[in-house]
Design a protein around this ligand. Structure first.
Ligand code: ATP
Ligand code: MG
Ligand code: MG
Ligand code: MG
Length: 470
């Protein structure tokens, strides 16, 4: 239908094209010349040099639909209705051209006239001190003052690591009472799924050095971002991003492979959503040349892939299944991302190899883990030793986060300091061995050997958040 994900993407780009914007294709998920970021997490990220004036943009007005990955949202995936590690961000950008008036007017025009959302369900927010934006919403657009929310820095000052930043104005969509948490305090800005943030307009006028120092940019810019999947949720009036047309078709495929169906069992549903999200991330990452490894981006890929594989096990899937799902991702998204079709063979090969590798050890690892749990329980302990966690990582390919996730469900925890010590000891050993023989470690991927600068040392998932700092 006209509200399908692929149709909405097209409508958005055509609308901004009609407002003088150059439609550019999505940039790679791998940042170019930007060490502050592990993976592209917003439409503006690959455009930073145009904002700062370092490079001349092809036009002062640009719009994109950018593939994004936010590992910082990983804990939310499958649990909230609106977060994926992978999503598409629609955005219009002005490099020293138009500013707040036009940006806000077009946001409103697109949402209410082109997309056709009910204006009575939309609520804008502005940064506390941004009287200008408040006045525009109130006087020029005609939104009553009591429907415009004022928030502080936390929500309405957009800043991800170093680079352009500034106050922002967001638009929330009221999905109705049935999605609310029911608390008397539930209103715009509540964490639950009722008032869903759909669009962020950033008035980027400062440059941050990432250390708390701001300088006024010579040019005033506009940077906006709207989650394509979230807009589709509003337009298709479905429960979550996992039920919009394209993603639901993928989720159904997962359910089919697991011989189950969605909405049968809440626990299974979490796994179905999680696999659906993670396979999207993995497919897109590989199409951009990222290979599974133990470091940096490659480790993000490995972790997502193994987490999906483990949830497949939980659903009773015995055979390798990820390549099969990737096929579906490609089929559903090649409209917007032709590179998926071009790289298909490679994507399927990498997924199959990595899944096969993990499949050889996953069952053994899981059974060792339950032995460990049993022994600890007998002696009344709740903490798994660092050495045990490291052995699971090193010999059975269990990323630490995966071990944690599995055992936390049962009330155990891991001695992380002990794990890090064991890891460090092994690294030192490997380093010494490398020095002695100039041996290229077995886990050096093709990708790393092509350009060592492109990978970064893994420092734990906490540091891989969407603040972009590693
Ligand atoms: P939230 O508060 O819901 O986590 P955010 O404030 O972190 O969102 P922004 O950085 O403002 O998000 O990004 C712009 C838009 O991108 C959001 O308004 C939303 O529509 C979309 N978006 C952000 N994170 C995700 C995600 N993890 N999955 C899907 N869409 C997202
Ligand atoms: Mg967020
Ligand atoms: Mg937000
Ligand atoms: Mg936001």
């Amino acid at each position: 239908g006209e509200n399908g994900v692929n149709q909405i993407r097209k409508k958005f780009l055509e609308f901004f094209e009609s407002k003088g914007h150059l439609v550019m294709k999505s940039f790679s998920l791998v940042p170019h010349n930007d060490n502050s970021l592990l993976l592209i997490n917003s439409g503006m990220a690959p455009l930073k040099p145009y904002f700062t004036g370092q490079e001349i943009p092809p036009r002062k007005r640009v719009c994109t639909c950018q593939k994004c990955i936010r590992t910082g949202d990983i804990e939310n995936v499958g649990k909230t209705a609106r977060h994926g590690t992978f999503f598409e961000m629609l955005g219009n950008f002005s490099f020293g051209d138009y500013f707040k008036h036009e940006a806000i007017a077009w946001t409103w025009e697109f949402l209410t006239e082109v997309a056709g959302l009910d204006p009575n369900r939309l609520y804008p927010s502005v940064y506390l001190d941004d009287d200008e934006a408040f006045e525009i919403w109130n006087k020029e657009i005609g939104i009553p003052a009591d429907r415009i929310y004022k928030f502080g820095k936390e929500d309405n000052f957009w800043e991800h690591g170093e680079g352009p930043c500034g106050p922002c104005s967001e638009v929330y969509y009221d999905r109705g009472e049935k999605y609310g948490c029911g608390k008397p305090t539930c209103t715009v800005g509540c964490d639950c799924d009722r008032y869903m943030e759909i669009w962020n307009n950033v008035f980027s006028q400062f440059n941050s050095d990432g250390k708390g120092n701001y300088t006024e940019l010579i040019q005033k810019n506009i940077d906006t971002g709207m989650g394509l999947e979230r807009l589709a949720v509003a337009l298709q009036d479905v429960e979550s991003i996992f039920e919009v047309d394209t993603i639901k078709a993928l989720l159904d495929k997962v359910a089919e492979l697991a011989h189950t169906s969605y909405k049968e069992d809440e626990k299974k549903d979490v796994s179905l959503r999680l696999i659906t999200d993670h396979i999207r991330s993995c497919t897109f990452m590989i199409s951009d040349g990222i290979m599974p490894s133990n470091e940096g981006r490659g480790y993000v890929l490995r972790r997502l892939l193994r987490r999906a594989a483990r949830h497949g096990r939980m659903l009773g899937i015995k055979d390798t299944f990820l390549a099969n799902l990737a096929n579906k991702v490609i089929e559903l998204s090649k409209d917007g991302y032709p590179e998926l079709e071009e790289k298909k063979e490679m994507i399927l090969k990498v997924l199959t190899e990595e899944e096969n590798k993990f499949n050889k050890t996953i069952d053994q690892g899981l059974s060792i883990l339950s032995d460990i749990e049993e022994n600890l329980s007998k002696s009344g302990q709740r903490i798994i030793s660092g050495e045990d966690a490291f052995r699971l990582y090193d010999t059975y390919g269990f990323p630490l986060d995966l071990t944690k996730e599995i055992i936390e469900e049962k009330g155990f925890s891991v001695d992380e300091d002990g794990f890090n010590k064991a890891m460090e000891a092994q690294r030192n050993q490997a380093r010494a061995a490398r020095k002695a023989t100039n041996y290229m470690g077995a886990d050096v991927t093709i990708y790393q050997s092509l350009d060592p600068k492109l990978t970064s040392v893994f420092e734990g998932y906490d540091s891989l958040t969407d603040t972009g700092k590693i």
